[in-house]
Each structure stands twice: as structure tokens, then as C-alpha cells.
Design a protein around this ligand. Sequence first.
Ligand SMILES: C[S@@+](CC[C@H](N)C(=O)[O-])C[C@H]1O[C@@H](n2cnc3c(N)ncnc32)[C@H](O)[C@@H]1O
Length: 294
Amino acid sequence: MNTGPRDRRREQRALLAHGTSDHYVDPELYDFEYHERLGDVMWYRGLTRRTGPVSGGPRSILELGAGTGRITIPLLTDGHAVTALDRMRTMLDALERKLALESRQDARARLRLVLADMRALPLPDSSFELVIAPFNTLQHLYTADELLRCFREVARVLVPGGTFAFDVMLPDLDWLTWDPTRRHAVTPFVHPRTGARLIYSTNHHYDAHTQVCHIRIYYDDDTPTARARLEHGDAPEPEPRELVHLAHRQIFPEELRALLPAAGLTLDRLEGDFRGLRLGEEIESMVAVSHKPR
Ligand SMILES: C[S@@+](CC[C@H](N)C(=O)[O-])C[C@H]1O[C@@H](n2cnc3c(N)ncnc32)[C@H](O)[C@@H]1O
């Protein structure tokens, strides 16, 4: 049995490694699960129009954690030049396949794919007018120090006057402390690639010491027994066909107000849900816009 501090650290590292990768090994399923998330796509498109190019011509944009291109492809369609960076080849390959399906040779010519870690950008200084990190990507940095390293890299690659925008979840202490054994969001669905009939459900455990929320996403075979058990919470639970771990560090507003300036960036706006709302109880996403001073 693992009990010592070294074992616990090893377990924690393994959990974080799974929590950074598991959710991104099946890009078709990822796109299926988030196909209704459109508000952020519109917001990032609008941002590129509002902030305008520093030096004329199409904007040079760096997207951290570009994934399958949910945001990248619309930005390419709008005529921008996008460097899509991600640590998962599965996600970048899916992005490239999706763009190929759209037969947009011109858009492909404006796309650069970079397989790298956002804490160490293999990119030259002052080379982007806009850096974005959409959809909770920064929550995969598991300490304040890692976040600061990333912010410093962003400041380095931005041109003076350039913009850095991102969104992360606003920590919700009520949600974070839900019963970690109960399944939520129980949803039957058909896997978009394999055609398997499955039931999606989740639960999570919040480690207040590290500020990391460990989300478990269960994929159970869709049988009448499994449905009854999951929908009515009867024990024992079915053995899932697949269990996906997703680890998200919770980032509090005050951390951003401290870490962005520490990296040489000025925070201009911190608001809610892509609608300019004041941060409060009902807000899910915290949207930050900052810039590198000239
Ligand atoms: C929630 S997805 C967001 C993908 C895309 N931006 C979107 O809006 O759909 C987070 C992405 O960040 C990537 N990621 C996580 N940690 C990373 C790191 N340290 N460096 C680069 N990419 C990372 C993941 O592989 C994943 O594709």
C-alpha cells in the first residue's frame, strides 16, 4: 500500500500527467463534446477585429493550447496568420485534418503548427501581435510558478503594445466541494467515430492544498442497468468502459492581478462569460485581456 510522502508525490505526478493528456487523446470525441460551445469562438473573433493590427496586414496570432482548432480555424478563415501551439500531437493532427477537409489552401498557408510546451516557447522575441489561450488551457499549469513562467514567455514573444487574452474557469467553491462520489451530467450518447452507445457522466475531487480539481469523466456502456444505476444513483456503480482524468488548477482573480504584472504585462480587463460581466456567483468563465506596454 502506498502511504509515504514520496509515494504520494509519485501518485500526484501520475495523476497530473493523466489529467493533462487523457482528455486530448480522442480529438473527435473532444470536438463532439464541445460542439455547442460557440460564445468563446465569437468572442475571440471579435477581439481580433477590435484590437486591430499593430503593423497593418493580417494579424500574427499565437494560440497556446490550440487543440483541434475550434478557435484557430475561424481565425484562419478571418484571414489571420495563426501559430497553433500544443503539447499533444493528436490534437494538432486533428486540426490539420479538419482544415484539409475545408479545402482552404490559403488558410493552410497561414497556419503554423508547433508541438511544444507553453512554458518554454520555441519562438522568437517580439514576434506576435496577439497571444491567446482559450478554454481553460492555462489551468493545465499546476503551480503559480508554472503560470508565471508561461506569462513571461508570452511577454517575451509579444510585440510592444501587443495583446494577451485568455479565459479560465472562475473558481466556484460550491461546485468544487460537491460530493465526489456522486455522478453528474449523466448523458447517453453515440460515440462519433466508433458508433458505440455510451453514457457520459462526471464527478470531481478538489484538492484545496494544491488548488487542483481532479475531474473524472466516465464512459459507461449504455445498458438499461447502467442507466438505472447512474440516473438514480443506486449503488454499486457499473465498471466504466473508460475513465478519463482531467486535472484543472483553479486560478483565483487575485493571482492574475499579481502574476500578469510580475511578468511585465498590464491587465486591462477581467470579466465574466464573454459578455463583459462583473465576476460573481453566476459566472463560469473568467476572461482576461492584458497587454505588453510599449
Ligand atoms: C481545453 S483544450 C483547449 C483547446 C482549444 N484551444 C479549444 O478552445 O478547444 C486545452 C489544450 O491545451 C493543451 N495543453 C495542455 N497543457 C499544455 C502545455 N503545457 N503546453 C501546450 N499545450 C498544452 C492540451 O493538449 C489541449 O489541447
